[in-house]
Every structure is written in C-alpha cells, then in structure tokens.
Design a binder for this molecule. Structure first.
Ligand code: FMN
Length: 296
C-alpha cells in the first residue's frame, strides 16, 4: 500500500510516521534506523553539545540516504532540571538551528514550550516546522505562528506531562474541527489499529515514542527494554505513574509498548505495523493500492 498524506508529502518519507524526540535516547544511530525503515527519523538536537552537532549531521548522512529531521525541545521556564536540556539560552537554540539549516536539514520539530522564535527562522530558511504540544490552545497558537504541522500529545503519552492534557482522541477530533494545519497524533500509539485510528480521528501522521524504545536499535539498555516489555500495564501502580496530573515527566513508558512481546528491529516493527494497517483496510473493503489524504 502506498501512503500519501500531507505529512509524508512534506517529509518525503514512505510512511506518515514521525519519530518522537527523546532526551538522552534520540541519538543519530537510532534516528537513522527510523529513517531507513520509512519514517522520519529525528535527531534530538540537544542530546549533543553544540561543538559536536555538525559531525552528528554528517554521520547521519552516512547512515541514511532517507529524509530525517531535527528536534529542538524548548522547556518551559521553571522546568529546567531535565538534563541534558538544561541551561540552553534562546541564542544557543538559534546556533544549533543555523548548523542544521546550513547542513540542509529540511524538517524541524519543536516541542514542549512555545518555539515561535525557532519557527520563524525555520520558515524563513524555507524548511518545514512541525510543533509538538500538549494542549489544544497551544496548537492554535502554533497554527497562528505558521507551523506547517501540529503534533498533539494525548495524556496516554509518556514523557513530559501537562496536568490539563486531554486524551489523544479528544485532542485530534477537536483539533480537526478547530485547525486547518495538518495534524500528527502522539500518545499511546503502538500498532496498526492505533495508526489507523489516528487517521480516522483526523490526523495525517503519527508520532511514535514509547513503542520504538523497546526495539533493537533503541540505545536503551537491554535490561531497561526487558523491564518495559514486562511492565504490567494493567496494574494500579503503573496507572498511577502514567496518568499523574502534574507538570513533570512520567516514570514509565506509555501503553504503546504493550503491543509488543519482544524486542524486534525497528524495520520489522514499522513494516509489521504498516502491512497490518493495509490488511485491516482491505478487510474493511478498501480496494485501492494507494491510501491518500491530501487537501483537495
Ligand atoms: C524517554 C523519553 C524521553 C523523552 N524526551 C523528550 C524530549 O526530550 N522532548 C520532547 O519533546 N519529548 C520527549 N519525550 C516525549 C516523546 O517525544 C513523545 O511525545 C511521546 O513519547 C509520545 O507518546 P508515546 O510514548 O505514548 O508514543 C520523551 C519520551 C520518552 C519516553
């Protein structure tokens, strides 16, 4: 099945799948494996010191000839204890951005807090700007600021949480009514039905976080991967850790991991998900060999 949405039209990828940003783990090798598997691999820029950033971009081009992007996570003031993203000034962000623009990176994801100053420069350079946020009102702000796509993270997600977050279903179905900008769904997605469900709600792409951290190429330790795969996602303790209502990170990955039984390669994971998505569409009576969601 050929997948065509405005998201993978912008990214130039085979599938409308965007890799999540990961402090510590969103490294070049991991991102290149996501790109090689047909999605948009994302290097979490601030995982690298500015002096090493350029050489990571060069390495990325050696590891993949497929499209990739760079994330800049902008933490809200007062929430800066989250190493390795601490103590980065506005000017520092712009320095990283210039290096990536100069290298020819064409898609940037920003996240966590208002990133209009980066968005402005990204757009001025003729690149795509995808902003990821947790609240619908922030999505509206990002649209007004000119983002080319908005990723909305539901409360099912792992990572940093906002106490006023809604679910992925509420986020995407409402955002589809309120916004014109293409949407990317994030939070709890880890299989073909989650992917198709997100498209059904109105998204044109999906952001994969927890689900890929257990793959072979994820730089997390084997021990952590096994721990994640064995978590009892139906226990009360797990539920409390995932669905807390505080402005802080979760200590667990999302339930997106529960679709996997063992650690497999990222290629196997993505291909499996996309083949199953095609089979489901066919079982529903879909007869085309191309699935298209593009503006008329
Ligand atoms: C270990 C870990 C680190 C993360 N680091 C970041 C980060 O630095 N910046 C960011 O915007 N999001 C970060 N996230 C959140 C993800 O980018 C993404 O929004 C989230 O994983 C999506 O939900 P899911 O895990 O249910 O797929 C992180 C998530 C995890 C699990």
């Amino acid at each position: 099945m050929i997948w065509k949405t405005s998201i993978n039209k912008m990214t130039g990828t085979k599938y409308p799948l965007i890799m999540a940003a990961f402090a510590g783990l969103g490294r070049t090798e991991f991102a290149s494996s996501f790109s090689n598997a047909g999605g948009l691999g994302i290097i979490t820029g601030l995982n690298y010191k500015i002096g090493n950033f350029k050489s990571e971009l060069i390495k990325m081009r050696e590891l993949t000839d497929k499209p990739f992007g760079v994330n800049f996570t902008v933490l809200p003031p007062g929430v800066r204890e989250f190493d390795p993203l601490s103590n980065i000034s506005k000017e520092d962000y712009l320095k990283y951005l210039e290096i990536a623009i100069d290298d020819g990176v064409e898609v940037f994801t920003t996240s966590a807090y208002q990133a209009n100053h980066l968005g402005e420069r990204i757009k001025e350079a003729g690149c795509y700007w995808f902003h990821k946020c947790a609240l619908l009102r922030h999505a509206i702000t990002a649209e007004r600021a000119g983002a080319d796509a908005v990723t909305l993270i539901g409360m099912e997600s792992s990572g940093f949480k906002n106490p006023f977050q809604h679910t992925t279903l509420i986020n995407i179905t409402l955002a589809k009514r309120l916004l014109k900008t293409p949407l990317i769904a994030a939070g709890g997605i880890g299989d073909a039905r989650g992917f198709l469900g997100a498209l059904g709600m109105g998204a044109e792409g999906v952001c994969l976080g927890s689900a890929i951290l257990t793959t072979k190429e994820s730089p997390a330790s084997q021990e952590r991967k096994e721990g994640w795969l064995e978590s009892d996602v139906l226990s009360e303790e797990y539920h409390k850790q995932l669905y807390h209502r505080e402005l802080k990170g979760t200590r667990v990955l999302s339930v997106a991991t529960a679709h996997q039984k063992k650690s497999i390669s990222i290629h196997e994971f993505i291909e499996g998900m996309m083949v199953e998505a095609s089979e489901i569409l066919i079982s529903w009576g879909f007869k085309e060999d191309q699935f298209t969601i593009l503006p008329e």
